[in-house]
Design a protein around this ligand. Structure first.
Ligand SMILES: NC(=O)C1=CN([C@@H]2O[C@H](COP(=O)(O)OP(=O)(O)OC[C@H]3O[C@@H](n4cnc5c(N)ncnc54)[C@H](O)[C@@H]3O)[C@@H](O)[C@H]2O)C=CC1
Ligand SMILES: CC(=O)C(=O)O
Ligand SMILES: [Mg+2]
Length: 373
């Protein structure tokens, strides 16, 4: 198969869809790879490294989109990219369609077969292609939260760790999945007073086993959330219902009962955000203040640490990219229900049930798509 990788164009997005090592593996399987010139610059991989691995370097994104049978990316296609997609072409990348009807419309119009990293599942119900970036974003959430808490950045002016005689900051983490667990781990490591909240008792029990008495766990009732948020210096939003818009757990009214200068880091912003007052921001201008509360809502947090993130993402996506390239999308999705769960758009329709519900579209099931294909 002819596989193409354009350079990412989202604000401060330096990750790239394939590493030279992935290119080499795909070449070993007999596939051809097109890389847009400079696509790997942000991770310190120049054109020569890709060429050495067996890729053909092409001068622009248009050449990639025009020629490739499968496009492998990192972030959701921007409008200019969507317009270059064509019927039957495979798009393998993050999409986060639930809060993004404009992108959904363009993908449906294009006729592309869009497989979203974030809804591919595994046999234990986890999200193996979201997990590596959730690990990064969860760990980063604490460091960006710590910086946002500094007075000059609009924050309360507290140090997460405190010092002898002065208590540490209180951190509330909403959602105890991959982002939440990684955030809690780093916040605990920095000496903060950490509470994690989830609606799954089983997940809270695992977290209790992992971190023992250092971590406070709370079952997610409205009362527990209010209590934790009102007393927190830093709140990290990390809930997810796969494919769906994030539930709004912190309303604008609740901000009035928080401490002025407290910080909200909404990692769930790529699914619309779990704070009512969240709106997507960029690495250029990551924070804004509502009712005295600092909001950090960057939708591509791992893009800031592209060397770590690209290698972590590429090692997770490679087996699936190989499967799609080796067998074609129809056979690959027929034989693997977990990869099939990644199918979001096909035949001009939304295929994932939770995504369709969020967008108010009528779902066309993956089984129907494959039966007709
Ligand atoms: N902004 C960014 O750059 C990035 C954002 N993300 C996003 O972070 C979010 C979290 O991802 P993961 O941790 O991987 O998901 P996950 O599926 O591992 O964890 C989500 C957790 O939320 C819990 N949950 C769901 N609804 C809840 C509710 N109403 N109350 C309490 N808990 C609830 C679930 O039980 C689960 O434990 C996703 O939206 C993901 O796309 C991930 C990576 C980067
Ligand atoms: C998951 C996601 O949105 C990201 O890594 O940018
Ligand atoms: Mg987005």
């Amino acid at each position: 198969m002819l596989i193409g990788v354009p350079k990412e164009i989202k604000n401060h997005e330096y990750r790239v869809g394939l590493t030279p090592a992935s290119v080499r593996e795909l070449r070993t399987h007999g596939h051809q790879i097109l890389i847009e010139t400079g696509a790997g610059e942000g991770i310190g991989m120049d054109d020569a490294a890709y060429a050495k691995a067996g890729a053909e370097i092409v001068p622009d994104a248009a050449s990639v989109f025009a020629r490739a049978e499968m496009i492998v990316k990192v972030k959701e296609p921007q409008p200019a990219e969507c317009r270059q997609l064509r019927p039957g072409q495979i798009l393998f990348t993050y999409l986060h369609l639930a809060p993004d009807p404009e992108q959904a419309k363009l993908l449906m119009q294009s006729g592309v077969i869009a497989i979203a990293y974030e809804t591919v599942t595994d046999e234990r119900g986890r999200l193996p292609l979201l997990a590596p970036m959730s690990e990064v974003a969860g760990r980063m959430a604490v460091q960006v939260g710590a910086v946002s808490l500094q007075k000059a950045n609009g924050g309360l002016g507290v140090l997460l760790a405190g010092v002898p005689g002065v208590p540490p900051a209180r951190v509330a983490v909403l959602g105890g999945g991959v982002v939440g667990t990684n955030a809690a781990r780093i916040a605990l490591g920095m000496g903060a007073d950490v509470t994690i909240i989830d609606k799954s008792i089983g997940r809270l029990a695992q977290l209790d086993d992992l971190y023992g008495p250092h971590l406070k766990t709370l079952f997610a009732t409205a009362e527990a959330i209010e209590d934790a948020v009102f007393h927190a210096d830093l709140v990290i939003g990390a809930v997810l219902v796969p494919g769906a818009s994030a539930p709004k757990l912190v309303t604008r009214d609740m901000l009035g009962q928080m401490r002025r200068g407290a910080v909200l880091v909404d990692v769930a912003i790529d699914q619309g955000g779990c704070f009512e007052t969240s709106k997507p921001t960029t690495h250029d201008d990551p924070t804004y203040i509502v009712d005295g509360i600092v909001h950090y809502c960057v939708a591509n947090m791992p893009g800031a640490v592209p060397r770590t993130s690209t290698f972590a993402l590429a090692q997770a996506t490679l087996p699936y990219a190989l499967k799609l390239a080796d067998h074609g999308w129809k056979a690959a999705l027929r034989s693997d229900p977990h990869l099939r769960a990644g199918l979001n758009v096909a035949e001009g329709r939304i295929v994932h049930p939770a995504v369709a519900t969020a967008l108010g579209e009528v779902v066309l099931t993956a089984d129907l798509v494959l039966a007709a294909a």
